[in-house]
Design a protein around this ligand. Structure first.
Ligand code: GDP
Length: 299
């Protein structure tokens, strides 16, 4: 025990200790050191950040984004502060070139021009994180982005190339279907898929093929969300109609309206990403499944 924890000897019962301690001649109460209790933690965080910056510099990568204090934020704002930490991790033309990552991964898929790059840039509040290119072939790779506060990665976003672009040669289309099918069926750490769809086109044949590919994994617990992008282009009636049609097509899956232009649904989707990546931090729901039906938890 330190002196500061001891009661002043002259403290009279019933009188505030402060008044007694303040009197001339009374033993001076030892003041706690000026630095706040959070300072040690802040120093450790600054050290961790300096280390992460150094590591990024050595690898020729940009420095990690500045930390944002997220303690006083609403869940939606906290999720947005988290998505803002996204940084380019790697790009791979095929599944075998992708690094094995032991973190939850969330894939963004959709037809070319569905608004996928714009959506990723809006969610991460970065102008050019996802590369929006009108030139097919330039984005025929899987791009991974790391997420995590203070440079400590806790999830990955995967931006899969847009499909269905008419001008792409047949072989390239075929190669891409193989890569995408492979990725969606076998990527171990894949936790969720966000399918972006222009509601004026609805789900196309290629989107439906993709749904078929992931269905078995969705039944095993893979999360799945359809975003109807560019919803600012629809009036209320059109939006309601598009929602109900795509909900039917998606077999009752989660479908939401989204607009990068009007920032519609942005916080809500960021919150979904956060929840998928941090399932343990959600309030536990009463278990419905029998213990033997529960999925295995991989350490
Ligand atoms: P990607 O090929 O799926 O990555 O699509 P892009 O993100 O490049 O978007 C395709 C086009 O749709 C671009 O011209 C964007 O400016 C436009 N776009 C994307 N999101 C929105 C949106 O929320 N509202 C509107 N009105 N246009 C959008």
């Amino acid at each position: 025990m330190t002196d500061s924890n001891k009661k002043p000897a002259s403290s009279a019962p019933g009188k505030p200790a402060g008044r007694v301690a303040g009197r001339a001649g009374a033993p001076k109460k030892k003041q706690p050191p000026k630095q706040g209790p959070g300072k040690t933690g802040m120093r450790a965080a600054a050290k961790a950040r300096a280390k992460a910056t150094e590591k990024a510099k050595a690898q020729g990568l940009p420095p990690p984004p500045k930390p944002v204090s997220t303690e006083a934020l609403t869940p939606g704002k906290r999720a947005l502060a988290w998505t803002h930490t996204a940084r380019f991790l790697t790009t791979a033309p095929e599944l075998k070139h992708l690094p094995r990552v032991d973190m939850p991964e969330i894939a963004f898929v959709g037809r070319s021009n569905a608004g996928k790059s714009t959506c990723i840039n809006t969610l991460t509040q970065q102008h050019r994180l996802a590369f929006a290119s009108k030139t097919p072939g330039r984005t025929q790779s899987i791009n991974l982005f790391s997420l995590g506060k203070q440079g400590v990665m806790d999830a990955v976003l995967a931006d899969l190339p847009g499909y269905g672009y008419a001008a792409v040669p047949k072989e390239a289309k075929y190669r891409w279907q193989q890569v995408m099918g492979n990725y969606l069926q076998t990527r171990d750490n894949l936790k969720a898929v966000v399918l972006l769809c222009d509601p004026r086109l609805g789900l196309t044949e290629l989107d439906e093929i993709l749904l078929d590919v992931i269905r078995p994994r969705v039944e095993e617990g893979l999360k799945f969300l359809v975003l109807l992008t560019k919803s600012d282009k629809l009036n209320k009636t059109e939006a309601a109609k598009a929602l109900s049609i795509v909900r039917l097509q998606a077999g009752g899956g989660d479908v939401k309206l989204f607009s990068s232009l009007k920032r519609r649904g942005v916080e809500e989707v960021a919150q979904h990403l956060w929840d998928w990546a941090h399932p343990a931090e959600k309030p536990a729901k009463p278990a419905k499944a029998a213990p033997e039906d529960l999925p295995e938890i991989n350490d």
